[in-house]
Design a protein around this ligand. Structure first.
Ligand SMILES: [Cu+2]
Length: 392
């Protein structure tokens, strides 16, 4: 590893000392309180930066949409010897979907939230909870590491597959290009109560977000505090897990924070995709922990705030999967810009604690009880099995 990248990573690892000191935890051992440093949010931002509209990210070449039979998971169908897929699912930006497509997706998520859990993770009630529990369980081994992007690519795809196979969803996983909303995050169509995920959390309706941590008062300007999302399709859903690693019956919490817009602009995206190596790219993308400042990954999490602002329990907000879909798209754009060098480029450590081993294409993307482990190699090309999707 070059000095260029080991510097920020080393300083990050020491700043994550609280996490490092914890033994590997499983949900059966859930800690009842939030440990300092558990949140993405560790350093309040004092002032809003300028929102800039820099150069747009490169346009993706569209693949024809195949209106064929539903594709089932990772079955090696072999109709196309080049990639093993017999269908390519086209993922679209949320606002480009028709209202019917939006409702189909939202209803599929609600369906997942009505299906019983089928894992043995502690406290899970629904199959939606299973995904949040998986992420909580693996948090310390899937962030600030070389497989951060491949793991989350696989995670979103397993979720998308569950929406299809268990809830009859016929569409693709949408993504949220937050750079389009950086000027006014609250106005984003993803927060529509009718054709979106509901709006901001209501001040004062949830005050226990950070456990014993005393948070400044809630308001829409500061973004600190949060409250229950009381409109939209998920207003009545009760999460069983979070914030953090707690077992805790609670509403989905949001706390939209415009001050993070500076980290999710076109200019920030372009600055990410212009990085020449995977190592620099993944570090530029992930944010605090691997860099001294926020980047597009943690910036997007904090811009929504609440559940989404928590390193562990963020998949409790269904928007998580649209945020990570967008990060995945940005990774794909970076790969596409130089396929011959980048399609299978991977680097970084396999863990945030010693012994330090470099991640390789053979490193397993663990999905525990939700899906088979597959090597990073199998998620590098989104056009091939078991993924079979592309971005529009
Ligand atoms: Cu994550």
């Amino acid at each position: 590893m070059s000095d260029l990248v080991s510097g920020p990573l080393e300083s990050t690892l020491s700043s994550f000392s609280e996490i490092n000191l914890l033994p590997t935890q499983v949900l059966s051992n859930l800690h009842p309180t939030v440990t300092p440093g558990d949140e993405f949010r560790t350093h309040p931002i004092q002032s809003a930066g300028n929102t800039t509209t820099g150069e747009p990210v490169p346009v993706i070449t569209h693949k024809a949409y195949y209106h064929g039979p539903p594709h089932h998971g990772s079955a090696p169908l072999g109709h196309q010897p080049d990639n093993g897929c017999h269908i390519t699912w086209i993922r679209q930006e949320w606002r480009t979907l028709t209202n019917k497509q939006k409702h189909d997706y939202l209803n599929a998520v609600k369906c997942l939230q009505s299906k019983p859990a089928n894992t043995s993770f502690a406290a899970v009630r629904t199959h939606f909870d299973d995904f949040q529990a998986l992420h909580i369980n693996l948090t310390k081994s899937i962030h600030l590491v070389g497989h951060f992007l491949p793991w989350h690519r696989r995670f979103v795809q397993v979720y998308e597959t569950a929406l299809r196979e268990e809830c009859g969803y016929q569409g693709s996983q949408p993504y949220w290009d937050w750079s389009l909303d950086a000027d006014d995050i609250m106005a984003s169509p993803v927060f529509s109560p009718d054709t979106g995920f509901g709006g901001n959390g209501v001040d004062g309706t949830y005050t226990d977000l950070y456990g014993t941590d005393s948070s400044p008062p809630t308001n829409h300007t500061s973004g600190w505090g949060g409250g229950c999302v009381l409109d939209g399709p998920f207003s009545s859903y009760r999460l069983a897990l979070g914030p953090g690693q707690r077992i805790n019956d609670h509403c989905i919490v949001r706390n939209i924070n415009q001050t993070f817009s500076q980290f999710i602009t076109y200019a920030q995206v372009a600055n990410t995709t212009r990085q020449p190596t995977f190592e620099l790219f993944r570090i530029e993308l992930e944010g605090k922990g691997v860099t001294p400042t926020h980047k597009i990954h943690d910036g997007g999490h904090f811009a929504v705030g609440g559940e989404m602002g928590n390193l562990y329990s963020s998949p409790g907000d269904p928007l998580f999967f649209l945020h990570h879909g967008n990060l995945d798209r940005i990774w794909w754009e970076w790969q596409k810009a130089d396929f011959s060098n980048r399609l299978y480029q991977i680097s970084g450590r396999t863990s945030i604690n010693p012994p330090f081993v470099n991640v390789t294409l053979d490193f397993p993307m663990k999905m525990l009880e939700l899906a088979p482990d597959i090597p990073a190699r199998d998620v590098m090309d989104i056009r091939s099995i078991p993924l079979c999707y592309n971005y529009k």
